[in-house]
Design a protein around this ligand. Structure first.
Ligand SMILES: [Zn+2]
Ligand SMILES: [Zn+2]
Length: 228
């Protein structure tokens, strides 16, 4: 047994205090009432092509079929991402996965999804940190939705520089040839691709391109947060 089997008691995604959720007074699931105004939810007007509250993709053709995220990347929620990413606070992943599952149910016909796949990290990075935060999120999302989890479908075979330090063409170039999908595992599957943060969508696009090359069906991307 490991962290995979653990469901944490509900804690506020922002302040980390326990007690958020059913049965306690003054709370909304994983965000307490004191913090709820600090958080910006992505509303129903979301562009489901690029996951932005106001479309930034101008109907660009991505390899994925859909991209969504429940939170806007603002100060309060970006701290929660850091707690998950850098400080092994996996209860945060459980909170994020809750809101992701709610959004998925609302916007996607999940009955046609075969598998949830995390955006993979390169082995060198994973062994340094001990885990891949996208995998933790994807595992909770799988538990909450009942859709099987599979990380063997897609692997990162080449280490890359952090995308945030690059722009445009350099982002694409950085990722080229860095992912490899298993044709045997991917063929014909409708896949949810899970990540922590969507910025330009370039990483997800590169993963989706490789999965489609391997014969995957529809690809639905979901992240915990999206930049505006
Ligand atoms: Zn709070
Ligand atoms: Zn858009």
């Amino acid at each position: 047994m490991g962290f995979l089997d653990i469901f944490y008691p509900k804690r506020c995604l922002v302040c980390g205090k326990p007690g958020a959720g059913s049965g306690s007074v003054g709370t909304i699931e994983y965000i307490c009432l004191k913090c709820v105004d600090k958080v910006e939810f992505v509303g129903d007007d979301i562009c489901t092509k690029c996951a932005k509250p106001e479309c930034r993709c101008r109907k660009r053709n991505f390899y994925f079929d859909c991209a969504i995220a429940p939170f806007v990347y603002t100060g309060a929620i970006s701290d929660s991402v850091v707690r998950l990413k850098e400080y092994s606070d996996f209860s945060t992943a459980q909170g994020f996965a809750h809101y992701m599952a709610v959004m998925l149910k609302k916007l996607v016909d999940t009955s046609e999804i075969d598998v949830i796949v995390p955006v993979p990290a390169h082995i060198s990075r994973k062994s340094k940190k001990g885990y891949n935060q996208s995998e933790i999120i994807a595992r909770y999302l799988s538990k909450l939705t009942g859709i099987p989890f599979d990380k063997k479908i897609l692997k990162k075979i080449k280490p890359t520089m952090p995308q945030r330090n690059l722009n445009g063409e350099a982002r694409r170039h950085n990722l080229t040839g860095s992912f490899a999908a298993s044709e045997k595992a991917a063929r014909g599957k409708n896949i949810i691709l899970a990540d922590d943060v969507i910025t330009t969508g370039e990483t997800l696009n590169c993963c989706a391109q490789e999965l489609k090359r391997a014969g995957a069906g529809r690809i639905y991307c979901i992240a915990a947060v999206t930049t505006k």
